[in-house]
Write a protein that binds this ligand. Structure first.
Ligand code: TRP
Ligand code: SF4
Length: 331
């Protein structure tokens, strides 16, 4: 069976944008592949190094989010990056053969640095981020890597590093392929892109009540002042969420109802809430149950990290051997 690997940075609880964009496809891939999914805590540190106080909490929360979403620890290996130290060794060894120019031209690096201009990111760790990512992938000799568009340059770099390694030291790494995950743009409750930093996100860890309390006060078409005024869905952030979650047929009804003022905005938000709950209700219920047993999270991560480490250790041994570090001293 071909192997899939992907990672997620524990920088906050998972919201609907993260779920719809990535994790849903991770869940589906479990059917056809041997999957390794990990919490990329070292990667989180590359940007959050000044304030790592919540790292542990986020590792726990994101693992709960994955499990509630349907990542099944019986089927897939769920692990914590920093517990498999072999990633660090392979990162170091791959850094030897990675030309600086390959890192400098990385567009994602330039973008994030600009986005996070308030942080000091001219660091060694952040610059080398894609080499660490290459190590994450190659250490499991993964064939497929589900990622969003923004990660394609990292995948390309991973392939280049694999090729260069194989060329210098002999065939070792298959060239991994990106499996582009759909990136439906999920709007937040203010109509902008859903994001933790905009404070407009709906989280898998929210309760049903909390989600309704986020939808209920949402701004609608600002021209629709009274219930009797007709509205225009194209001017309404609630409708943007309908586009993401309500099937087309029912959406047509809403458009009609809104334009003729035969439905009110609260009715419209209730329909949205019901649609949302149909899709993620079971996940948030499962999430609420799981979160009562936090020890379970760490048991899963311990167990998964052991399994991951067995594979990682073998690869690193092979790499050491190929790179001339095959000292065998017996006494
Ligand atoms: N860089 C990825 C992101 O920000 C996270 C990540 C780290 C990753 N290592 C990986 C993804 C290996 C896929 C494979 O989303
Ligand atoms: Fe928006 Fe729905 Fe109100 Fe129309 S009825 S303005 S789409 S919330």
């Amino acid at each position: 069976m071909k192997r899939v690997l992907s990672g997620i940075r524990p920088t906050g609880n998972m919201h609907l944008g993260n779920y719809m964009g990535a994790i849903k496809s991770w869940v589906e891939l479990q059917k056809d592949f041997e999957c390794f999914y990990f919490i990329a805590d070292w990667h989180a540190l590359t940007t959050e190094y000044e304030d790592p106080k919540r790292l542990k909490e986020y590792v726990e929360e994101v693992t709960l989010d994955l499990m509630a979403s349907g990542i099944n620890p019986e089927k897939s290996v769920i692990f914590l990056q920093s517990w498999v130290k072999e990633h660090a060794e392979l990162h170091l060894l791959l850094s030897m053969i990675t030309p600086l120019g390959w890192l400098e031209r990385n567009p994602t690096y330039k973008e994030i640095k600009q986005e996070l201009a308030h942080k000091e990111l001219a660091t060694y760790g952040f610059f080398g981020y894609p080499v660490l990512q290459a190590a994450d992938i190659l250490i499991y000799k993964a064939h497929f890597v589900p990622v969003g568009m923004d990660q394609l340059p990292h995948l390309e770099l991973t392939r280049e590093i694999a090729r260069r390694f194989n060329y210098f030291y002999g065939e070792c790494f298959p060239e991994p392929q990106a499996k582009l995950t759909e990136t439906p743009k999920i709007p937040g409750v203010d109509g902008r892109k859903m994001s933790k930093s905009y404070n407009n996100a709906i989280y898998l860890s929210d309760s049903r009540e909390e989600i309704w309390e986020k939808l209920r006060p949402m701004v609608t078409d600002t021209n629709r002042k009274r219930r009797s005024d007709p509205g225009d869905p194209d001017r309404c952030p609630v409708f943007l969420l309908h586009i993401a979650f309500t099937p087309e047929g029912e959406r047509e009804e809403i458009i009609k109802g809104c334009k003729t003022a035969s439905i009110g905005c609260i009715d419209c938000k209730k329909i949205l809430f019901d649609q949302l709950m149909e899709k993620i209700g079971p996940i948030i219920d499962r999430r609420a149950k799981l979160s009562k047993n936090r020890d379970l999270v760490w048991d899963i991560l311990l167990d998964g990290s052991k399994k991951a480490q067995e594979v990682a250790r073998r690869t690193v041994e092979e790499v050491r051997e190929k790179m001339g570090l095959n000292y065998r001293v017996t006494r």
